[in-house]
Design a binder for this molecule. Sequence first.
Ligand code: UDP
Length: 323
Amino acid sequence: MKILVTGGSGYIGSVTSELLLDEGHAVVVFDNLERGHRAAVDRRAALVEGDLRDAAAIRAAVRDARPDAVMHFAAYALVPESMRRPDLYFENNVGGGMNLIAAMLAAGVRRIVFSSTCAVYGEPAADCIAEDTPTRPANPYGESKLMLEKMLEWHARRGGMQAVFLRYFNAAGATEKFGEDHDPETHLIPNVLQAALGRRDKVVIYGDDFDTPDGTCVRDYIHIHDLARAHIRALDAGCCGAFNLGNGRGYSVKEVLETARAVTGRPIPCEIGARRPGDPPRLVAASGKARAELRWTPRFPELSAIVASAWNWHRAHPEGYAR
Ligand code: UDP
């Protein structure tokens, strides 16, 4: 198949493109390279530089590429930034998404796999979050993703689209080629590994007074390779609707630090800091639906394997992608 990948220069888009190409699919990346990296676009893919907020640009890209399906990753994805500047998130994630939908409808492209997030659930009370847990986003980022899900759902209901929403929990790890490189880096595992490499002094743990076993936040980390594979399974399975992608097992911030110390053999200094606004204490996926309906099973569920793959990538690319 030929797949148009928006955001193919970003962390998850780059790895998914790599796996699609490995499986023999053709990939056209549509990306403005604003927050991604040219070096993260797989060399076997075609790159169309353009911005989703430019309706004519995405319309031309979809018309010219004539893809069988779209995988839509391009979006802003920083919760704190979304709290400061909701306008940016609605303009880019929702407005850009609407332009993409319009371009697909105009070109008769009906299949889409959409990069969504567990942030659509907000701060659920449930121990394990299933797809029918009420969606109550706690920030504009989560809201922007949910709004696009809803638009796609209405198009799907009226028969115009086959849409899958993959609600990611905490993506982490790397393949040999592609890894995580954000500027600024806000995510836990890359920050921990930067400290292991001596590129930052220490890790600040954002609060140790949560109602969790060791007081630090619990998250469900999922290997980027497993996440990327789920997109291809979603395409193959021809399903619709929302699917959580996680391992169903939570690790605290302190457990991540301990695992990283064991994997790297380095001390990794840390200190306890203030809570980060909007951090729910525990986010763990019930991912039985993806396992059953997408026939998807994570191959690398162990946190140590996830961290080891990220460590290999960070050691090989201490500066990230060349800027
Ligand atoms: N975190 C932390 N220090 C950091 C980065 C993150 O203590 O330098 C915590 C954060 O508060 C959250 C968890 O680690 O509880 C995972 O954060 P991340 O930003 O990686 O993902 P999120 O769950 O926010 O999407």
